[in-house]
Each structure stands twice: as structure tokens, then as C-alpha cells.
Write a protein that binds this ligand. Structure first.
Ligand code: PLP
Length: 368
């Protein structure tokens, strides 16, 4: 049994994908070829958003809008410590300060009440200027954007949706990509929509921001590619990766409904999964359960391993306690929910091609 089965998916798309890759080998536009623009149009269409800007990774998809807003030293950016390190790393890369906010015990997403408390703390201290919020749509579940956007408006903050895991998710039929000033997704191979390497995309309805992001993606150039107007990056998506994504996008909705079914079967039998509020559609990047203690979690992992059932712990180390972030002075028990989750959570196999027999085997093993 696989934790994530990309082989079965590849069988489905292999022939048309080979055709697309052969076409690229013929036309030779490996960088910013026609596939990149075709993909961007289709992604924008899929999400119902004005601009989709492909880029080199989910990390760069977060970094580029922050660069466009000129976020840097002296600025505070609010996010959660219970996420992949990239979410906070991009804040630190720019010399800004990540301010960590704990998550809800039920959804694992940013706690809006605590968010407002942390914003007020930073204002009161007067050392940093609150600039932006990066809510994370953890495991594919969108964060509470109705409330987050209200808070952002009240304190004049930008919202950048970390949609690395949630492409395809929605709230009340409104697709991920539309919830903040900008959204950033990842096409890392393990993501619901993944390529065969690194890739990402930025989504926004803001015309000016879109132009800036496009420029930063190519070394800060606009009209003349040898005359930079601002500091940028080599942040482009390769044509071959765009071709992979075009083929995967064509079967994406079918795969999402298959993931939905897996989630449904798991959820029927297990009562300790991530809570999905009404009207929230997850992209089901991961299916995670929370155990009663660290010992129970670790012994479950061992027992499942004996039965050849693979599991992964996302995330074993909350970011605020990582050595790389020690300069911010956080200590144990500062963000208790995130810390507890990191000790008690485990993710089970989740992919569109998981057989019913395997789901039954996993459920039975856990119940035993
Ligand atoms: C929540 C989150 N943010 C950001 C990223 C970074 O994406 P990438 O690996 O494509 O740079 C990831 C990737 O795992 C992620 O899960």
C-alpha cells in the first residue's frame, strides 16, 4: 500500500503527456513556452480568478507577493507555527519578523481570536509594524477567510493565502485562490495538483499586484528582459512542468471527487479527524487523525507499519521551536495547541486511487 500513489495517476495521463512533452522537444521553448501561458489561463479559469501566475515553487509563490509589497525589516507578518516551514521561512528571508499565532484544535487552521490578540500585542509593543497575515489552508482545508479578511481590513493588513495544499478546495462554491489579496499554491509532486519537479502559482484579482509578481518572477524585468526595474528572482515554471500540470488538471476534478470518497469512508469510521466545517470543501491533500497522547500516536504508527500501512507525521516540529527560528525567543508552551498537535497527529494514506479494501484494512487496524 502506498501513502501516495502517483504511478496509477501517471498511467492515466502518460500517452497525452508524452505527446505534449514531445511537442516541447520539437518547438524548444523550454522557458516561458506556450504551455506556461495555456496553463495560466486554465488555472485562472478553474479558480475563477483574474490572474494565475505560474512560478518555480510554492515557496516562491509566497515570497514573490511579499517582495511586491516591499515587506522587510521592522514588519510583522502573522502566521501559524503548525505548517510546513516554507510559510514562515519566506517572512524571515525578507528580514521581516514572523509572529506565530496558535491554531484551532479542531481544524488546525489559524485561530482568529488569537490572531487579533497577537496583532494588538504587536501594536502595543510598538517595535514592529503589522503588515500581513499568511493563513494556511492546512491539509487542504481553507482557513476562516470571512473573519480573517475582516480583521485584515480593521488593521490594514494584507492577506496572503497559503494554498500550497488546498488547490481545488472551496468555501460555499467559491474556489481557493480568491480569499485573500493573493493566494500561493504549490505543485510539489505530492500536492493534490502536482508536477514532476518543483512548481507553484500565484492567484490574484489585483491587476497591479499581478504585474509586479510577473516582473519579480523574471528578475524584476517588465518590458526589457535585460533591464531590471526592481529586485526579483529566477522564479519561472518550466514548460515541461506546465505540460505535466495541463494533463493532470484535465483529470483533477475526477481525482478530487475520488479523494472526497476516501475522506468520506475514513470519516464515517474515525471520529478523531480534522474537522471540516459546513460549506468548507477541502482539497484533501492529507487525511490526519489526532491520538490521545504522543505514546499512543507513536505506538499506532509502529503497529500500522507492521501491517504495511504507511503513515507520515505532518508536522513533528512546530516552527516556533525550530532552531532556525530560535532568534524570535519562543519557548515551549507558548503555542500549546500547535505543540500538542505535533505530538499527537498522524496522517494516513490519502490519494484518489486508494482501494476500498485498503481503506477497510487501515480503519480496522486503527480500531483494533
Ligand atoms: C503549507 C505549505 N506552504 C508552503 C509550501 C512550499 O511549497 P514548495 O515545496 O512548492 O516550495 C508547502 C509545501 O510543502 C506547504 O505545504
Amino acid at each position: 500500500m502506498e501513502f501516495l500513489d502517483l504511478k496509477t495517476q501517471q498511467k492515466r495521463i502518460r500517452k497525452p503527456l508524452e505527446k505534449r512533452i514531445n511537442k516541447i522537444l520539437d518547438h524548444g521553448a523550454y522557458i516561458m513556452g506556450p504551455e506556461v501561458f495555456e496553463l495560466e489561463e486554465k488555472l485562472a479559469d478553474y479558480c475563477g480568478v483574474k490572474h494565475a501566475i505560474s512560478c518555480s515553487s510554492g515557496t516562491d509563490a509566497l515570497l514573490i507577493p511579499l517582495m511586491a509589497w516591499g515587506i522587510g525589516p521592522g514588519d510583522a507578518v502573522f502566521t501559524t507555527p503548525f505548517t510546513y516551514v516554507a510559510t514562515a521561512e519566506v517572512i524571515s528571508i525578507l528580514g521581516a519578523t514572523p509572529v506565530f499565532v496558535d491554531v484551532y484544535e479542531t481544524t488546525f487552521n489559524i485561530d482568529c481570536e488569537k490572531l487579533e490578540i497577537e496583532i494588538n500585542k504587536v501594536i502595543k509593543e510598538g517595535k514592529l509594524k503589522p503588515k500581513a497575515i499568511i493563513p494556511v489552508d492546512l491539509f487542504g482545508l481553507p482557513a476562516r477567510y470571512r473573519i480573517i479578511n475582516k480583521i485584515a481590513k480593521k488593521y490594514n493588513l494584507k492577506v496572503i493565502e497559503d494554498a500550497a495544499q488546498s488547490f481545488g478546495g472551496s468555501i460555499k462554491n467559491n474556489k481557493v485562490g480568491n480569499f485573500g489579496d493573493v493566494a500561493a499554491t504549490s505543485f510539489y509532486p505530492a500536492k493534490p495538483l502536482g508536477c514532476y519537479g518543483d512548481g507553484g502559482a500565484i492567484f490574484t484579482n489585483d491587476d497591479i499586484l499581478a504585474e509586479e509578481c510577473k516582473a519579480i518572477r523574471i528578475h524584476g524585468t517588465k518590458k526589457d528582459k535585460y533591464n531590471s526595474e526592481m529586485i526579483g528572482l529566477n522564479g519561472r515554471l518550466d514548460s515541461i512542468q506546465a505540460a505535466v500540470l495541463l494533463e493532470k488538471l484535465s483529470i483533477f476534478d475526477d481525482e478530487l471527487s475520488l479523494r472526497n470518497e476516501v475522506d468520506f469512508f475514513y470519516r464515517k469510521a474515525l471520529n478523531n479527524a480534522q474537522y471540516h466545517p459546513k460549506d468548507y470543501q477541502s482539497a484533501h491533500a492529507l487525511f490526519s487523525i489526532v491520538l490521545g497522547s504522543n505514546e499512543i500516536r507513536d505506538s499506532l504508527i509502529e503497529r500500522l507499519k507492521i501491517r504495511n500501512i504507511p503513515t507520515v507525521v505532518y508536522y513533528k516540529y512546530p516552527i516556533h521551536l525550530m532552531k532556525a527560528f530560535s532568534c524570535h525567543g519562543y519557548k515551549k508552551n507558548d503555542l500549546p495547541i500547535s505543540e500538542k498537535l505535533s505530538e499527537t497527529i498522524v496522517s494516513l494514506p490519502m490519494h484518489p486511487y486508494l482501494e476500498t479494501d485498503d481503506i477497510d484494512k487501515i480503519i480496522l487496524a486503527i480500531q483494533n
